[in-house]
Design a binder for this molecule. Structure first.
Ligand code: SF4
Ligand code: SF4
Ligand code: SF4
Length: 253
């Protein structure tokens, strides 16, 4: 039986998520044994001009050209995986949506800015139907491997929809609020095994908000630790400026 043909594509992003794949080490070898990578700009120069089974798409959609390109990719693949927060929720590129587009263009391109077209930042699921989401900035490789296994087995993958705090508690971390630091773990989707907190940092909300955040619980924490609301809002703005479209909404596409 032939292996599924897999192609990687990138749009507006830092390519850090693709780098995570390139740095996967032994687990990459396991995955490579099961798939046939036909296009991956970061690690190979070949281009594939036929259809493929799986498209792994990194980056946000920020130009009219990108809209056309992602639609063509969707037509050419059977399964599309949005990969990394830039693709799944807009990520840091969504901060652009806080400013008038012309002002952004002028800031970036100077006086000739009108030659460079741009549109409001959109996550990939806001433009085409997506079959699997791998959140994270960058992606958490153990989760990516699980998603790939689900794809290969033809099974769905359900993104965890509980808070990062659950994983953080299981990892027995001391809550950073106890040290007077704000953290978005209470309202952010789990699935990264509380990666940042385990390594002495805070959660910046890179996996997007849980569907039903415990607003009362979050309010209690904010009040208990006397956290200024604008600090929480600013932190939320970093990754969460594009509304995420859930899978049920996508079925209408
Ligand atoms: S999600 Fe983060 S690491 Fe991945 S491409 Fe976007 S900015 Fe880079
Ligand atoms: S608020 Fe942050 S540090 Fe505290 S338990 Fe939740 S994820 Fe962990
Ligand atoms: S801890 Fe928060 S910021 Fe860090 S990877 Fe997980 S969701 Fe993203």
């Amino acid at each position: 039986m032939s292996k599924p043909k897999v192609a990687f594509f990138d749009f507006a992003c830092c390519e850090g998520c693709q780098l995570q794949v390139a740095n996967m080490g032994e687990s990459l070898l396991d995955v490579l044994g099961a798939i046939d990578v036909v296009e991956f700009r970061e690690v190979m120069s070949e281009k594939w001009d036929q259809d493929f089974d799986v498209a792994i798409v990194e980056g946000s959609i920020t130009t009219p050209h990108a809209i056309e390109k992602i639609k063509k990719i969707r037509e050419r693949c059977k399964v599309l995986i949005a990969y990394g927060s830039c693709a799944t929720i807009g990520g840091v590129n969504g901060m652009k949506n806080n400013f008038p587009l012309d002002k952004i263009r002028e800031e970036v391109y100077g006086k000739d800015y009108k030659y460079f077209e741009t549109v409001e930042t959109r996550a990939v699921p806001q433009v085409v139907k997506v079959d699997y989401l791998v959140h994270g900035c960058p992606v958490y490789i153990p989760e990516f491997v699980n998603v790939l296994k689900a794809v290969l087995a033809g099974l769905p993958y359900q993104v965890p929809d509980h808070a990062v705090c659950v994983e953080c508690k299981l990892n027995e971390n001391v809550c950073v609020y106890e040290k007077g630091v704000t953290c978005l773990g209470p309202v952010t989707k789990a699935g990264c095994n509380s990666w940042c907190i385990n390594n002495g940092n805070i959660c910046y909300g890179c996996r997007g908000m849980v569907t039903n955040p415990n607003e009362n619980g979050a309010k209690d924490v904010i009040e208990k630790y006397n956290v200024p609301m604008n600090l929480v809002r600013n932190k939320m703005n970093m990754y969460n400026q594009c509304r995420e479209i859930d899978q049920s909404e996508q079925k209408k596409r």
